[in-house]
Design a protein around this ligand. Structure first.
Ligand code: AMP
Ligand code: MN
Ligand code: MN
Ligand code: MN
Length: 286
C-alpha cells in the first residue's frame, strides 16, 4: 500500500490538472490517492475517472480552511460524498469570501509597492472561484522581486507580513460537521504548521475530537522527523487514525513528491484501514 491522502490540482492552487495529478501519482507507485483541493471538490470526478483507468483507488477529498483561536487551521475530509448538499453549500460559503480577501490583499501589497497583484494572481488561478495566497506568491516571483514562493511567504504573505490580511474562514465545528454529514472522516492537516502554543494545540485537539474529528496527518510533506514523532504521540494518546500525506502542489513548489513521504510509524492505526472499506462500498476496488 502506498497511500497519499492530501494533494492539490488546478482546481485550487496546484500546478497540475486533476487528471495529471492522478497520472503522476500512478507513475510514482501510489495505490490510494486523495485529491484534497482547498474548499472545493470540482476536481474529484475527473480524478476518479482517470484513477479508474489506471486501477488506482481515488478517495474523494477536500481541505477546508478553518479559523480557530485567531489563526488558520486546515481540516481534510476523506471519503466524502462530494455531492452531499450540506458539504457543497458549506464549501461555496467558504469560497465566497476569497474574492473580497484577494482585493484586500492586493491593496495591502500595493501599499508596500507591489502593483497589479490582483490581476497578476488571477492569471495564475485557473479556477476563478479559488484564488489563494499561492497565486499571489507566483505573481510576485514572476515580477522578479523574489526568487521563489517560500521567500515570498516569508517576506510578504505569512501571518503578520505586509500582504497578509485577516480573514474569517469556516468554524471548526462547521467544517467537521460538513465532512461527517457527507459520510467522510475529518483529519487535522499538517498539525506542525499550526502556530499555537502547546496549550492552544491541546484546545484544538479537544474541540476537534469533541465535534467528531477522527484523524491526524502524522506524516506530512511539511513535517520533519521530530514533528512526525511528536504527532505520532498525539495520535496514540488521543486514539486518532494516522494519515500519510504529501500535500503536493507541483514539482517546482513541493519538497515531497506524490507518494514519496516516509512510512507511518508501524504501531499507529492507518486511516486507510477505514478508507479501504469505503472504497469497496463504492465499487472502486479491483
Ligand atoms: P490560502 O488558503 O489562500 O491562505 O493559501 C494557503 C496556501 O498557500 C497553502 O495551501 C500553500 O499552498 C501556500 N503556502 C502557505 N504558506 C506557505 C509557505 N510558507 N511557503 C509556500 N507556500 C505556502
Ligand atoms: Mn495550497
Ligand atoms: Mn494546508
Ligand atoms: Mn494542502
Amino acid at each position: 500500500m502506498n497511500a497519499d491522502l492530501h494533494c492539490h490540482s488546478t482546481i485550487s492552487d496546484g500546478w497540475l490538472d486533476p487528471a495529471a495529478v492522478v497520472r503522476r501519482a500512478y507513475a510514482n507507485g501510489v495505490t490510494m490517492l486523495a485529491l484534497t483541493d482547498h474548499d472545493e471538490v470540482a476536481g474529484v470526478d475527473e480524478a476518479a475517472a482517470v484513477a479508474a483507468e489506471c486501477g488506482l483507488s481515488l478517495v474523494p477529498g477536500v481541505e477546508i480552511s478553518v479559523s480557530f483561536l485567531g489563526d488558520t487551521v486546515h481540516i481534510v475530509g476523506l471519503g466524502i460524498d462530494h455531492r452531499d448538499p450540506r458539504l457543497v453549500a458549506g464549501l461555496a460559503r467558504v469560497r465566497a469570501g476569497r474574492d473580497a480577501r484577494a482585493v484586500r490583499m492586493s491593496e495591502a501589497l500595493a501599499a508596500v509597492g507591489i502593483r497589479g497583484a490582483l490581476e497578476g494572481a488571477r492569471r495564475f488561478a485557473r479556477n476563478p472561484e479559488l484564488i489563494s495566497r499561492a497565486h499571489f506568491a507566483r505573481y510576485i516571483v514572476e515580477t522578479g522581486l523574489m526568487p521563489d514562493v517560500s521567500t515570498v511567504f516569508r517576506h510578504y504573505l505569512a501571518t503578520g507580513k505586509p500582504g497578509y490580511v485577516e480573514h474569517e474562514w469556516a468554524s471548526l465545528e462547521d467544517a467537521v460537521g460538513w465532512i461527517r454529514a457527507a459520510g467522510g472522516i475529518a483529519v487535522l492537516a499538517h498539525p506542525a504548521r499550526c502556530r499555537y502554543s502547546e496549550r492552544e494545540m491541546e484546545q484544538l485537539l479537544d474541540r476537534f475530537v469533541a465535534c467528531g474529528g477522527e484523524g491526524i496527518e502524522v506524516v506530512s510533506g511539511s513535517h520533519t522527523d521530530a514533528e512526525v514523532q511528536r504527532f505520532a504521540t498525539v495520535a496514540r494518546r488521543r486514539g486518532l487514525l494516522a494519515s500519510r500525506a504529501s500535500d503536493f502542489h507541483g514539482e517546482q513548489e513541493s519538497p515531497v513528491d506524490l507518494g514519496a513521504c516516509p512510512e507511518l510509524p508501524p504501531d499507529l492505526v492507518p486511516i486507510w484501514s477505514r478508507l479501504t472499506a469505503y472504497d469497496r462500498a463504492c465499487g472502486n476496488h479491483p
